[in-house]
Ligand binder design. Structure first.
Ligand code: ADP
Ligand code: MG
Length: 552
């Protein structure tokens, strides 16, 4: 018998990594900017603990596109690398310097926001480049500049470099099939998508800024202008701040920043902020929603340490909340290397239930602190709440305290209030509470009036999923049934003692009933003359609740 070791050679694996590791070629820029950010944050950390004796200053990251030379440059003023570090971090595939740094500096460094993780991000450059160069100079005293170059094969060159300043420049020689990335507009688009809220300022070109006119300027003198750095990101987005440091207007401004094309103001926001047992920050917004359940989803953006990951938050955010907007940032959401797919696991479930609880608590406090405002907003938010009550039992329990049931006259009851209101008057023979409702105030007008004349409360329930919600309420509450105001239930209610006496004799009633029944051919309807007790309608025609539900 022979035993042996399978020989994995880099020659075989390298092309695979290039081809399959990242499905999306465009993420190369995110990875390089992440590395540049990490290099800068590391320097920040090292200067703050006194280990790096250099001036940290106001470092920025610069992206340059050289269309003629077919090159993209990513330049930072971070820690740089010595020759040994290039050998260790760059030449060794899948060795993450970011992870090593975090392990070495432990707790303090965890707060630093370092992004890297798998030690593979750098190689994503070869998805779009057929040659990559590194010019780097370490912050360390007497460090020599280093130049590294590689054409995508496992062969590289390493030699003394010419870089004068601390930091690193990565040069991508863009491959023939990737020239789209030599367009300024494409790079702008990528920076805007992935790097808009990264923590170190990112410069991409310059822009013209208009200055105020000097006092002695004539009216049609053009305002003076100047060229300034075009910084594409906001390094301190609202969600990274403490809720106590933010005002209502800051939340609205941030919403505008996130959704520049959205002109409607959000109804309210929920600031998420946990650090135990997992780390998660973010701001969710309740937009004005219509009754259309097919509203566009995927509007909550997921970030990790301020780097955009995806706007498909399926699994992290419970389904019913995907109608919200906003940002979630968590370094603890387990992503695979390509960061595009979430691994469904316990941590994610915990995050999802945390978000559900937070949203429920916020709604509850809105309801408690300002009921009037809550009632005004109800119509715009009910679809999310009702959907949540249907799909998540935990949410149902909490929402049951603040979910509102409006009457046809515009009074809003919680379920408990409604119960209190109707328990004397609206029960049937089996002592079941009967909640009457209408779905169309105009079409059901006469039935509504008849019911009101008897002193009954009639709810207006017109959400698209209301039939399901009623069923849910019927099964989760004891002795409760819903009946549409034009269904036959009205008849079965225990009547108020002071019901009016009909003006017709029993005989007259019988004749009238017979005549009416002859005209109505559909046998599932019943003619009721009780309504004649009121002045509202001479009689009503009802259909059994179950027949009606069957037809829906
Ligand atoms: P990761 O970021 O997950 O550690 P990468 O493949 O993206 O893995 O990068 C590998 C390592 O190379 C980094 O951890 C870092 O040590 C080093 N590195 C990459 N880019 C830079 C840079 N711009 N400045 C300094 N070091 C860098
Ligand atoms: Mg990286």
């Amino acid at each position: 018998m022979a035993t042996g070791k399978i020989n994995v050679s880099v020659e075989n694996i390298f092309p695979l990594i290039k081809k399959f590791l990242y499905s999306d070629h465009e993420i190369f820029l995110r990875e390089l900017v992440s590395n540049a950010t990490d290099a800068t944050l590391k320097l920040k950390h090292l200067t703050s603990i006194g280990e790096a004796k250099v001036e940290y200053g106001n470092p920025m990251i610069e992206i340059k596109v050289d269309k003629e030379g077919k090159k993209i440059h990513v330049i930072d003023q971070g820690i740089g690398m010595t020759e040994d570090e290039v050998k260790k971090y760059i030449n060794e595939l899948a060795f993450s310097g970011a992870e090593e740094f975090l392990n070495k500096y432990e707790d303090g460094a965890k707060e630093s926001g370092i992004i890297g993780h798998f030690g593979l991000g750098f190689y994503s450059a070869f998805m779009v480049a057929d040659q990559v160069e590194i010019n780097t100079k370490s912050f360390k005293e007497d460090a020599e500049a280093v130049h590294w170059s590689c054409d995508g094969s496992p062969n590289f060159t390493l030699e003394p470099g010419s870089r004068q300043e601390r930091g690193t420049e990565i040069i991508l020689h863009i491959a023939e099939d990737s020239t789209e990335f030599l367009e300024d507009s494409r790079i702008s688009q990528l920076l805007n998508k992935y790097n808009k809220f990264m923590p170190i300022p990112i410069k991409f070109g310059t822009k013209t800024e208009t200055l105020p006119k000097p006092e002695d300027a004539k009216e049609d003198d053009p305002a003076p202008t100047q060229e300034v750095d075009n910084i594409i990101n906001n390094p301190n987005p609202a969600w990274t701040k403490q809720p106590a440091d933010l005002e209502e207007k800051d939340y609205k401004e941030f919403y505008r920043e996130l959704y520049p094309m959205q002109f409607e103001e959000p109804l309210f926001n929920i600031h998420l902020n946990v650090d135990y047992p997992f780390n998660l920050t973010g701001i969710l917004y309740f937009p004005k929603l219509t009754n259309d359940l097919n509203v566009q989803k995927d509007r909550i953006q997921l970030y990790q340490n301020q780097v955009f990951v995806t706007d498909n938050v399926e699994g992290i955010v419970p389904e019913f909340l995907t109608m919200l907007r906003g940002v979630i940032d968590s370094p603890d959401i387990p992503l695979n290397v390509s960061r595009s797919y979430l691994q469904a696991d316990g941590a994610v479930k915990k995050i999802s239930s945390y978000i559900t609880r937070k949203v429920a608590d916020k709604l509850n406090s809105l309801f408690k602190n300002n009921r009037e405002e809550f009632e005004q907003k109800w119509n715009d938010i009910k679809i999310v709440i009702e959907y949540g009550m249907l799909s998540e039992d935990k949410f149902f329990e909490k929402a049951d305290k603040f979910a509102l049931y409006p009457t046809v006259d515009g009074t809003y009851y919680t379920f408990e209030e409604l119960q209190e209101k109707i328990k004397e008057n609206q029960t049937d023979k089996d002592d079941k509470l009967v909640v009457l409702y209408a779905s169309d105030k105009v079409a059901q007008h006469s039935y509504i009036e008849a019911a009101k004349a008897k002193g009954y409360e009639v709810l207006l329930m017109d959400s698209p999923i209301i039939a399901h919600l009623m069923q849910k309420l019927e099964t989760s509450k004891e002795k409760l049934s819903f009946a549409r105001v034009d269904a036959d239930h009205l008849d079965n209610l225990i009547k108020k003692e002071d019901a009016q006496i009909s003006k017709l004799s029993d005989e007259e009633k019988e004749t009238l009933k017979k005549n009416l029944e002859e005209v109505i051919t559909d046998k599932s309807y019943t003619v009721q003359l009780e309504a004649m007790d009121s002045d509202a309608s001479p009689f009503i025609i009802t259909e059994p609740e179950f027949m009606r539900r069957m037809k829906e």
